[in-house]
Design a binder for this molecule. Structure first.
Ligand SMILES: *Cc1c(COP(=O)(O)O)cnc(C)c1O
Length: 430
């Protein structure tokens, strides 16, 4: 399978090159040159396949030219080393929990898959590759964990000093080995700007092979299809139309679900659930895409005003607003509505949700009010303890830290202080 650039369809490359370079020239996202169908009868027989077999069917058509079967199977095993359970809350509503991975966020899946792919591509190179990531919290932890001890790969994470939670900071700064943390005196945008400048800095690129592990990398995007189909496999009733609500920021997650649907996964409707950063719900209403400045909310991993993966969703539907609307509805919610939903989930179902999952629940319930004949699943993208302060305050409770998070308490932080791009460059040139 080849991949082309959404900025220039005649720019065509392999899966390997798409992973290593991340983006095509002029910031073009890579998109597969064909969308294969799942084998005949696969969906009807889904319950007889293991999670690993389902993952292999979905992903192998895209990567088989660059990764041998045995290696892909090993990568899939490494990626899917934890449960992805579908938890029923009522007869019609269920939640797909994507947070049982090592950093307790759904980004573990994409980050682990990408790390294994890059490690495979660089296994015999004499020069190592450096992965640069700017993080506002969750991404850095998932990337650090996924790439830990992967041979041939060095990771440099930039995070804004004082703006990530104490546990998140230790997830970035206490791993050692090939994971390096830079504590930047500035905001997340400053960190991101430094990463962008590094890619354009001839001194640096002459000296080091640089790549980025942000969410638009095809190796983070494609494996996210897997859990949608694992959710379908776990549905008790496969005859009632199924709708899926995805809490969305950069829209990689939703776009992966829609790709799985194009390959043959049954789904009656997708729901794009957002906080007040409502660029996509507005597009669905008006047909006009208007990027906006992002607004800070309690579901902060979705504070995105110009979602980078939305161009992939448009490509899936050849930019046809009407046909996109038959598969996708969008709703947005305020922080107060999100808190009310967290309380409702707790009181009605005894279910503790994080703010992102609560936004997805709201979108699902809103859609189901109009279509009571469907059943629905919302995705829970982070463990509530990752947003402990907000969850404890909203639900008047004291959440226990699960072992994956508790194991970081008391560890030693190691981070280099960075005040300017010159500091960062000097660090990289050492
Ligand atoms: C990143 C993230 C999202 C948004 O996912 P996208 O693929 O960017 O739409 C939602 N919830 C949590 C907890 C996240 O970390």
């Amino acid at each position: 399978m080849k991949f082309y650039s959404l900025q220039n369809p005649s720019y065509i490359t392999s899966f390997k090159e798409a992973v290593v370079t991340g983006l095509a020239p002029n910031k073009g996202l890579f998109f597969p040159s064909a969308i294969p169908n799942l084998p005949d009868g696969f969906i009807d027989q889904i319950e007889s396949y293991s999670a690993q077999e389902i993952a292999f069917q979905l992903v192998s058509p895209y990567v088989a030219e660059d990764i041998e079967t045995d290696v892909l199977k090993r990568i899939i095993n490494e990626t899917l080393s934890f449960d992805l359970p579908l938890v029923p809350l009522s007869e019609k509503v269920s939640v797909l929990e994507l947070f049982h991975g090592p950093t307790m966020a759904f980004k573990d899946i994409g980050a682990r898959f990408m790390a294994q792919c890059l490690g495979h591509f660089y296994r015999n190179e004499d020069k190592e590759i450096t992965v640069l990531v700017a993080t506002s919290g969750d991404t850095g932890g998932a990337v650090a964990n996924g790439f830990l001890k992967v041979p041939g790969v060095r990771v440099v994470i930039l995070y804004p000093s004082g703006k990530v939670s104490p546990i998140q900071e230790l997830q970035l700064t206490s791993l050692g080995h090939n994971i390096n943390a830079l504590e930047v005196d500035g905001t997340f945008d400053d960190c991101q700007q430094m990463v962008k400048s590094a890619f354009m800095d001839a001194d640096l690129t002459a000296r080091t092979t640089l790549t980025s592990a942000n969410s638009i990398n095809v190796a983070r995007w494609l494996p996210q299809m897997i859990y949608f189909l694992l959710g379908y496999k776990q549905l008790q009733d496969k005859n009632t139309p199924w709708v899926i609500s995805v809490p969305s920021g950069n829209f990689g997650n939703l776009c992966a679900g829609m790709l799985a649907h194009k390959m043959g996964m049954p789904c009656h409707k997708f729901i794009a659930s957002t906080n007040v950063n409502k660029t996509v719900p507005d597009y669905l209403t008006t047909g006009f895409y208007q990027a906006k400045t992002s607004i800070q909310t309690i579901s902060n991993a979705m504070d995105v005003g110009d979602p980078s993966n939305f161009s992939r969703i448009l490509e899936l539907y050849t930019s046809d607003h009407e046909s996109l609307k038959t598969d996708l509805s969008g709703y947005w919610f305020s922080d107060n509505q999100t808190r009310e939903a967290m309380v409702e989930l707790q009181q009605q179902f005894g279910y503790t949700a994080d703010p992102h999952g609560a936004v997805a629940y709201l979108g699902l319930i809103k859609y189901m009010e109009g279509y009571p004949e469907v059943q629905g699943t919302f995705l829970e993208t982070a463990h509530p303890a990752k947003f402990k302060a907000e969850v404890d305050a909203t639900l008047s409770m004291t959440l226990d830290l699960p072992s994956q998070l508790a194991s970081f308490v008391g560890r030693t932080k190691v981070a280099e202080n960075i005040a300017s791009y010159d500091d960062f460059k000097a660090y990289m040139m050492r």
